[in-house]
Write a protein that binds this ligand. Sequence first.
Ligand code: BG6
Length: 500
Amino acid sequence: MNPAEIDFIESKFLSPCKIKPEKCSESFVLLIFGGAGDLSRKKLLPALYQLFQHKSFKNFSIIAIGRSIRSEKAYRTLIAKAVKKHVGKNYQKSNWDRFAKHLFYRSYNVEQQSTYDDLCGLITQHCKKNRTKNVIYYLAVQPSLTVPIIQGLSRQHLCREKQHSKIILEKPFGVDQASARKLNQKVLRAFDEKQVYRIDHYLGKETVQNILFFRYANTIFEPIWNRDYIDHVQITVAEDVGILERGEFYEEAGVIRDIVQNHLLQLIAMIAMEPPANFTANLIRNERVKIFRSIRPITGNKITQQIVTAQYSSYRREKNVAKNSLVPTYFAGKFYLNNRRWAGVPFYVRTGKKLAKKSTQIIVQFKIPALKMLGRTCDIMNPNKLIFQIQPQESITMQFCVKQPGTLNVPQPVLMSFDYAKAFQVDTLPAYNRLLLDCMQGDQSLFARQDEVEAMWKVVDPIIKHLAHKRKISTYAAGSWGPKSAEQLITKDKRRWINA
Ligand code: BG6
């Protein structure tokens, strides 16, 4: 039976919630390498425009660097279209016109040293104009260009020597632990770790951050947040879309490098980490890295017992995908953490493309209580569940049991929910907005540190290596919840996936 729903937060109690004023940034000069690319058009420029509209900053220059030769006017027109499309009703022509005055475009070959001679002059000029030393380099380019760009900047003394400069790196950070380490060494030859912002946009999602607030800003959950009370945790990152136009990238990455090594492991960390001594970047990141290091290695025959991978049935017909590709688009796994809080508690995780719907959800399922003591009819097993819905809606729901009205002693599950949109009546900040602002202000908490990235690779490397020897891969129907074997992974433990 579906639990009855109680809308716990009545707006008359809490609304309007007092929203504290948003953070503001100082002035800055932002260079976006790959400034006309997909990420810039879909995420970065719309985020920057929205931040500007929210008055998060005033004095700034955004210099987009791209391969194609186009005028500044043509670039602004291109971005205006993209911003309009992505911010929807929040687009205001008058604000756009003011924003566009801060937007510049330069066409460069980033593999030529002369580019950086020019950039040096350009940066000095824009820093002067905005009276700032705050320079940010955003690398929204293919991974093979990361090192040439860093070396180019470094030769012009635009990195460590410019103490206020920062660099934002997009994933993937390498393709395995060894390459990530090498990449990190090269990055850290030019910059100090405190200047480096490795972005994982899942950490910028409001409901992901809320996991820590939910745990630590309340007294009632932490005491039961452990193996004594929690039966298991389920994490689902389901997408309804396929690989879209990213065949080339996806053939190299596959689901493990694309989602598991970063977003999924970060979600495990948010649920499992110990409270940091305080909320500063390095202490938070220390706790996250401890979780990655405590994940019990899945190697040898444990891989076949604990991991399921599959490919959606039409994958091989996608553009730029090999006709005999064995690249997985679906992953389900069972992880254990070797630490005192979580010993023996399985973390079931799954993610995939072309699944039944887009939904990112974390379910913390508690142990079954001693129901029989309530009478002979009390054998319905409905343990408490906490459901963090991360997207598309943003909510937290608690399932608990009450007595069914009437003469029978029957417990019935009901739901208490908190919904961000209803309770706060404001749009939550998209992940990139929050992360860009944090970087401008020098807050690294929501960015992955070097050791985190390497520890995450260590978890997935043996799995990727093992799969590389496989000669075939099972398929699943587009629009389903994945292959049967993923179902069995959890049902053999007498549990079941809960589909949003
Ligand atoms: C990206 C992956 O990191 O995250 C994409 O490269 C994926 O393949 C995307 O589609 C999912 O992000 P979100 O925010 O839509 O869940």
